[in-house]
Design a protein around this ligand. Structure first.
Ligand SMILES: Cc1cc2nc3c(=O)[nH]c(=O)nc-3n(C[C@H](O)[C@H](O)[C@H](O)COP(=O)(O)OP(=O)(O)OC[C@H]3O[C@@H](n4cnc5c(N)ncnc54)[C@H](O)[C@@H]3O)c2cc1C
Length: 323
């Protein structure tokens, strides 16, 4: 039986959300392909309980008692040995910093193709994985196939698919492996980014700023609002290009895809490329002084007015409510 493998990324005894999103997608593809879904992870801790809630038919847990944190060479070699013996049909990996390090190393060792940063996955009538991603600076969407080699490998950005719980009782395989003694690289420490940047794809509340803020300091105001709502900040490409916000927090076709419970767009016009990254937010609140701004067409709540008048009022109101 064909197998779709999902590499489950773990950190600090937790499973990355993107891995669970990929498990859900793998389940959808497996029904079309008649394949088995296999979740594979490397960790010295046992995280089977979390993973099994998202519908794996089998979990392979690679562990070593001496294993501390992610190491490119050790993880690549451990997965390579497993994959070359099992020959899965498809291998999906989250396009996180670690996924982007691991996937190309694995693809090169396995002599197969890899499509990075996919935004859509499907199957053709022959069961080939259709891997779609923006190309040429986001001006076209390219669908890429890998007909000659397996596994067909793709990385997918966090937030593209939804993680849905699906109870299955998976077969569980535990494999202990020895750490390589001649490993030439050593990971000294993994440092988490500034917490406001970290959670953009996992945050329930996002306050995003655009060119309408007209200055970098506008983001300080948005940060205050985000803090009151226990959320994080994001930006349009125009704000990033103006140097007011880092690229990591850009939302849109060439940035991150987000689906928070609340997305507050401040001084963002609602260009199609921006909307592509936030349209699936549960509740969209737009603040814009132009009543004809396209963002209002997809907004659940439209606030027509100046960001610098509205946002301080919202902050004040939230602070009063908390007293
Ligand atoms: C290939 C390609 C990929 C792209 N990828 C992305 C992407 O990933 N993400 C992205 O965001 N864009 C992307 N873009 C750019 C996109 O087309 C828009 O140019 C960009 O989203 C505009 O950003 P903005 O809404 O902040 O600025 P603008 O379009 O300039 O809008 C500013 C808005 O602020 C309002 N405003 C002004 N002052 C105030 C005020 N004081 N109070 C309230 N409202 C105010 C204005 O009425 C206006 O609606 C891409 C473009 C291309 C061609």
């Amino acid at each position: 039986m064909k197998e779709i493998w999902v590499y489950i990324e773990t950190f600090n005894k937790k499973v990355k959300k993107v891995s669970l999103e990929l498990l859900t997608k793998a389940n959808e593809l497996s029904q079309k392909l008649g394949a088995k879904v296999v979740a594979v992870y490397i960790d010295k801790h046992d995280l089977d309980d979390t993973i099994s809630k998202y519908g794996a038919d089998k979990i392979i847990h690679l562990y070593s008692k001496d294993l501390q944190i992610y190491n490119s060479q050790i993880y690549t070699d451990a997965l390579y040995n497993l994959i070359k013996d099992n020959r899965p049909h498809i291998l999906l990996i989250g396009a996180t910093s670690i996924g982007r390090d691991l996937a190309p190393r694995l693809a090169a060792k396995l002599n197969t193709g890899l499509t990075a940063d996919c935004t859509q996955l499907d199957l053709d009538e022959d069961g080939l994985l259709l891997q779609t991603r923006p190309a040429f600076g986001g001006n076209i969407m390219a669908t890429i196939i890998c007909p000659e080699h397996i596994p067909q490998m793709a990385t997918v950005r966090p937030g593209i698919f939804e993680a849905k719980k699906l109870e299955k009782i998976p077969e569980i395989e535990k494999i202990e492996f020895e750490l390589e003694k001649d490993c030439i690289t050593k990971t000294l420490e993994i440092m988490e980014k500034n917490s406001l940047l970290k959670y953009i794809t996992e945050s329930n509340v996002i306050v995003a700023g655009g060119r309408g803020l007209s200055k970098k300091e506008g983001f300080d105001l948005l940060r205050d609002l985000a803090k009151e709502l226990n959320g994080t900040i994001a930006a349009s490409r125009a704000a990033v290009e103006a140097g007011w916000a880092p690229q990591e927090i850009q939302v849109g076709q060439t940035g991150k895809t987000v689906k928070p419970k609340i997305y507050i767009a401040c001084g963002i016009s609602g260009a199609i490329q921006h909307i592509a990254g936030m349209k699936d937010s549960k509740c969209i609140i737009a603040i814009n002084k132009d009543k004809n701004a396209p963002i209002f067409k997809i907004a659940d709540y439209a606030i027509i007015g100046d960001v610098y008048e509205i946002v301080p009022k919202l902050i004040e109101k939230l602070r009063t409510l908390k007293q």
